[in-house]
Design a protein around this ligand. Structure first.
Ligand SMILES: *[C@@H]1O[C@H](CO)[C@@H](O)[C@H](O)[C@H]1NC(C)=O
Ligand SMILES: *[C@@H]1O[C@H](CO)[C@@H](O)[C@H](O)[C@H]1NC(C)=O
Ligand SMILES: *[C@@H]1O[C@H](CO)[C@@H](O)[C@H](O)[C@H]1NC(C)=O
Length: 396
């Protein structure tokens, strides 16, 4: 079994580089074996600069791990936080000198905290030459994006319908190039039917759906001047009618006719999910009517779910205005509601958008004297790429 995990092979220049604190390099972790009580991953980091006297590595597991075994590195320390576990490692005498381009590789066997747990969805590998243990970079303020050797740029749909969406690549060419190509990758498969771009050539795969494409120049825009802007507009068909449009990432390859696959950046850290108390509008006998309003702190792209927790068991809820009941707990205190897949106006919500939900219901037992209350918590069901404007203040 070969599974690729978080493998952002990007190289970020840090702002200060001293001999002791060298730039952060991301490595890859590839799952090789998964046993009931442990799993084995192969770590690889390709050197972006020569390392002359040792290194430090952080392995971040997205689930608790009992212990790790590693033979070609020394384990220095271990840190646990709510949802992840980080091991710091250092070199052994035989791998402390590495030339630029060399691959540092070794296997790690991680013992699961519980038997038969699935291996973690994510193992992040951070590497630094020198003696400073690398940490995950904090999300940089929007005005100073980290400089990457190969910048991976994000595209968002600027228009969307039930069947398709539109995007625009607007790339400022940093230096003159005689030829170029662009690797374009979507966060979901799209339909390859009728996918064409006026000002670029697209190599279409034979499959009806695909997530990666290679764009090349037309004869009249092969040659690009320094500082000129390359603007490519395109419309695509969604792979499935009504689903939320994906976002995309692209890499511009100067002087090259060869696209290269790249790994999508790992979705940003998930902030707190929205939650609120429902308001009881009316209650008569066992029946009641409630409403709630959730304001989105970050944008939503794709399907979502709301967990409603009631203070008393509820036999049924009905007349939901913009969502459907997707399930309930055995004790009938918790109900799950989801958006209709066909309503993209509620699947795609901008930051600050208010979701107003009303519903009726019937209590399971005859009405107690306690007032009925309910809390609602919102959950995005698709991976999140932070789309949040920290400057934006939502009006209540
Ligand atoms: C390191 O690994 C990459 C990817 O497998 C490979 O392309 C490259 O040639 C390797 N470098 C060396 C020095 O073996
Ligand atoms: C796209 O579809 C292929 C096969 O049809 C699948 O293997 C792949 O995981 C899909 N990619 C995404 C991003 O859903
Ligand atoms: C491109 O723009 C930069 C900054 O705006 C400038 O320093 C540089 O000279 C320009 N290059 C060319 C070839 O015009």
């Amino acid at each position: 079994m070969l599974l690729y995990w978080s493998c952002v092979l990007a190289f970020m220049a840090t702002f200060r580089c001293t001999a002791a604190d060298q730039p952060l390099v991301y490595g890859t972790a590839e799952l090789e074996w998964n046993w009931a009580e442990a799993f084995k991953v192969n770590i690889r980091v390709q050197m972006q600069y020569p390392v002359s006297n040792g290194w430090r590595m952080a392995l971040i597991f997205s689930q608790p791990i009992k212990k790790i075994e590693v033979w070609r590195a020394k384990v220095l320390e271990m840190k646990t936080s709510a949802d992840q576990m980080t091991y710091a490692l250092k070199e052994m005498y035989f791998n402390k000198n590495l030339a630029k381009g060399d691959n540092l590789t070794f296997a790690v066997v991680a013992h699961k905290s519980k038997k038969n747990l699935r291996p973690p969805g994510k193992v992040t590998v951070l590497f630094k030459g020198g003696t400073v243990i690398p940490i995950l970079p904090t999300v940089p303020p929007p005005t100073t994006p980290p400089e990457q050797l190969i910048p991976i740029l994000q595209l968002k749909p600027i228009d969307e319908s039930d069947t398709g969406f539109k995007m625009i690549i607007d790339y400022q060419v940093p230096k003159a190039v005689p030829y170029w190509c662009i690797s374009l990758k979507f966060t979901k498969n799209i339909s390859t039917r009728n996918f064409g771009i006026d000002k670029a050539k697209v190599t279409l795969p034979r499959e009806p759906i695909c997530d990666s494409f290679c764009l090349g120049p037309r004869p009249y825009n092969e040659n690009l001047q320094a500082n000129s802007s390359l603007r490519l507009e395109f419309n695509c068909n969604k792979a499935k009618l009504f689903e939320a449009a994906p976002i995309a990432f692209f890499v511009f390859h100067p002087d090259s006719a060869q696209c290269e696959d790249f790994d999508l950046p790992v979705p940003g850290p998930v902030g707190p999910q929205e939650s609120t108390d429902a308001e009881l509008i009316r209650k008569w006998g066992n029946e009641f009517k409630m409403k709630l309003e959730l304001q989105m702190e970050r944008s939503v792209r794709g399907s979502w779910k709301i967990t409603l927790k009631f203070s008393d068991p509820v036999a049924e809820i009905s007349n939901l205005n913009i969502a459907k009941v997707a399930g309930k707990s055995k004790d009938r205190l918790t109900y799950y509601i989801e958006n209709f897949p066909g309503q993209i106006q509620y699947a795609n919500m901008k930051q600050c958008k208010k979701l107003k939900i009303e519903f009726g219901g019937k209590l399971a037992a005859s009405s107690s004297n306690k007032p009925l209350t309910a809390t609602a918590s919102f959950e995005r069901k698709e991976p999140e790429y932070a789309e949040v404007d920290p400057q934006m203040v939502c009006s209540p």
